[in-house]
Design a protein around this ligand. Sequence first.
Ligand SMILES: [Zn+2]
Length: 1203
Amino acid sequence: MAKEDAEPGTGRPRSLRFNSLFSDDELGEEQPEVSPADGSSSWSDRDPGPRPPAPDAFPGGSPGTLGDTMEGTGATAPLSPTIRAGWLDKNPPQGSYIYQKRWVKLDADYLRYFDSEKDAYSKRLIPVSSISRVTSVGDQKFEVITNNRNFVFRAESDAERNEWIQTLQQIAEERKSKAPERTLMSLATDGAPEPADKSGFLELRGFKHKLFVVVAGDKVFLYKNAEDYRLGIGITYIEMNVGNVKEVDRRGFDLTTPYRLFSFSADSEQEKEEWVEAMQQSIAEALSNSEVAERIWAVESNRCCADCGSPKPEWASINLCVVICKRCAGEHRGLGPGITKVRSLKMDRKVWTEELIKLFQQFGNAMANEFWAANVPPSEAIGPTSGSQERRRFLIAKYREGKYRHYHPLFGNQEELDRALCVAVTTSDLKETQALLFCGASVTCDTGDSQCPTPLALAERSGQRLQMEFLLHNKTSELPRLEMLGSEEKPYSVPLPSVTHSGFLYKTPSMAKPVSERKGLEEFSRRWCTLQDGVLSYYENDRNAVPNGEIRVEEIVCLVNNPPHTHGIESTFEVYTEAERLYLFGLESSDSTREWLKSIAKSFVHPCAEELLALDFERLGRLHYKGGLTLERTQEGWFALAGSTLHVCSEDGQRQEPLQLRKLQELSIQGEHEVLVLVERRRTLYIQGERKLDFLGWVHAIQKAAGSSGDTLSEQQLTESDVPLLVDRCIDYITQCGLTSEGIYRKSGQNSKTTSLLEVLQRDARRVRLKEGEHHVDDVANTLKRFFRDLGDGLFTRQWAPDWLWATALEDEEAKVSEYRQLLGALPPVNRATLKALINHLFRVQCFSGENQMNTHNLAIVFGPTLFQTDGKDYKAGRVVEDLINHYVKIFNVNDQEMKKQQDEIMAIMKMREASSSGMQQAGDFICTVYLEEKKTETEQHVKIPATMTAEELTFEILDRRKIVMKEKDYWSCFEVNEREEAERPLHYSEKVLPILHCLGTESYLVVKKQMSMENMLIYLASRVGDCKHGMMKFREERNLLGLGLSTGFHDRYFILNHSCLRLYKEVRSLRQRSPPLESSHKPEKEWPVRNLKVYLGVKKKLRPPTCWGFTVFYENEKHEKQQWYLCCDTQADLREWFATFLQVQNGGALWPSERPRTRAARPQQDARLGNISLIPLRGNESEMRNSVAAFATDPLTLLRNV
Ligand SMILES: [Zn+2]
């Protein structure tokens, strides 16, 4: 095949030899060649073209010299089969009489001719679609007429000529009748080719003139010039499925195929990069679809998933060199790219280079599994039907931990491993390289060879392309290692969707600090920005190819939409990255900003949280947080702040009930600005400040959103029942301290104090604690009035206020009340709730009119004009208030129970105030409702609870009131009952009641009743040795407070309870063998200090406990992080024993006083240190309880807990 003889005598440099196939000599021949034989040239006027060199400048023998580089003619798999091929004479170029023999090939798309039948690349291609006619021109000749040029061929015989004509005509006809899309290069009606991926002039080594090169789909076309491109008449095309592109120097790059090397040179470095990129894309496209898969499946072991054995696996891990099924691929992805780089055989076009395919053919599943799956116990192996949990477990063990791998003999000896790797890469022994690499050899180890400092360089020098490929893909691979902790808890990553967006944005330099001041327009620079393939790039302008900078979307942690005009440009947004950088972008229109925000958000937000994208968010990002039972484990979640609502999606894709920030009961920062604590009814969320920059932004934004945003009712911080916190705080305070104060609400208080109090309450009512002694009741009363008077839109709203006033004129009381009720229904919910709370309060105030002199009428005089924001000259407004108070029960639908409760409370307050004024009352006493035996109105007792009162004393107090005498073995105790949890806890006799009272939620109450199991518990404790208990219980975690957590149902677990800790073990079997188990030899799965546990008897039915002998356990650590879980025992005796042990351990000994006085203990003298503390709401909501707890915690009274 060698045509070395073609060169001698030509004097041309050897390098040109490769280009001779369609070098200038061929181009030179074109113009004469396309000149019609009859001399009627229709194109030459239009296309003067470059002057062709004289044909004799090149020897005639040069064509076909590429043969020596070809690996057989059939190597290229033609996209469309050849319809007809044969030798024909082509009419000679101008100035020559010698016909040139050409190998002519016709397929459905092109008529091409070649120097020889072995050539891969034509000298000329004529798209079939451009052929308008084919005619016979005598002398066995025929003419192919295109829209623009004619080509004359001569056959050996008339018969052959006629066959060619017939075939060509037929194909051209067929083409015309078919859709033009059949080929990538098909011509549109005006003759212009369809748009190319990239086109332009390039120098090709061996050609004098630049060629017009077009990258289109999976082919690269070469044209003599742009006009030819327009006409569709090309030189040749290169099928990129066999192409490989490599950059050579600043402007040069090579396109290598098995048949030929094309050395291109672009005008600039930037241009070059674009060409390389375009050609690589083209290669990827060519290699797409099943071709890669078919080639890789050609190796038998690759036809089944390397991990589970499923047939026809269409995915691969390109660093592990395994072909895997879709389901395993999903789990592979979860291991992270450091362990396995997952790509599709059919879709990830870019990645499948010839080298990589070869690597997979040589390597493949067989060789990979000889290493990775050398020791898989049959019990751990997975199959095509295995579930995703099983798969994950197996894949973690296989690849992350390397549990089943075949250890290299040098394992553990780093130096030796590295040395061996340096040797292995210079050979074709890929298996050895694999074993070394995944047993600890370093890809980047020092080879000791200054010329080839890395194993990769060594492999290159040795020409080991596949070794190079393998090393390259494992450049950043992590070493497999066994991990002690549950590796399932490692972050689980999922590929992000690819989003494309581009346009001009204004941008400031990135910052490491929050943007604290307004940026002027001059501080922004206009930049062309693109979001593509997971990278947000910004360029000097839209013509630049090299970006000034980039942000990878995986690094984005937060996106913020600033309010309009925050800076000197209409609309701005911020992008925060993992590396604690802040990028500020600006735009002239907020609509475009929104588009950018949506696009960026879509590109970086985990698909599991994609619902958040639909929100009109102000801030969106990922944060680490803890909630409920997962307190031991921080998880990553997606957060979006929209208005005063915080939306949360957990990493496992569960969307939570959004948090209403204005209704938070607590919002605080713990630690050194490390944790933001959000307490909402029934749930607590701890957001962790893992990174400072975006976390601070979140803190400020959440704080702001949790505050009042305006002067209307609905913009205030609210209680659970939709009453502004400010109103609630004031009413509570007056109720506790001002009901009997003369002239309450009529006296004006001090103006300056009122102003400042209103200000702090409006800023953040959540943090304000009104204290007796610190705040005068008249100041507070005035604050409340001022709030209503200044309220935007008023309590009755502008829209409805006139109707309320009008209703006062109704003479028929019934009709009037009915009208009020209707009007009440028309108010917005917050207004309605607030009005009810206020009237309820005023109703109470007038109950004390004997002392405070404020009867209904007096109150109405004050509140009418205040609420209607009138001057008070007209009594209509007052009339409304008076009516509302008088008909309070009817208008607000207050039922008997509510009414009774109110009255009781009023009575209790009155009694207390009396006692207080007579000096009998100890300040600091709390009043509490305690039931006897069961919760019923008849059994209700209101008891003053001094700080020192114990559960035993409270029990006696109640029994005493009911004249019940405690008999021997009656074991009367005080229980804390949690209605929501359907669980109860007997208080230890020595426990102080007051702290418990403070912690009681609204669903809990105290009841005094007999403790039926006490006798048996005492017997049990007396009969056993030591204070430790162990055994099986059924365990269930609460779906944590956020509604997260995976646990459902009860599971057998082994527990050990000793004097300090409760431990949970999962490995039941191994523990069971020993009795008692050796604690030290096993690490418990969970462990809790006993002092932080509160154990309740009972499990709520909703959870379907497996037995009726269960516990509900609450855990709260020093940081006030809470958890809750459930335990069930098999027998009642078991339950009793566990409970007795808990009680004994927690109380450090006796469950029952050994000697109990038969009658009520004398109330101990109150401690003088108690001092003054404010009254706590009797039946406040949870928020108030909490606040009082907080107040309690900071109160010196805490010291007395241990008294
Ligand atoms: Zn599989």
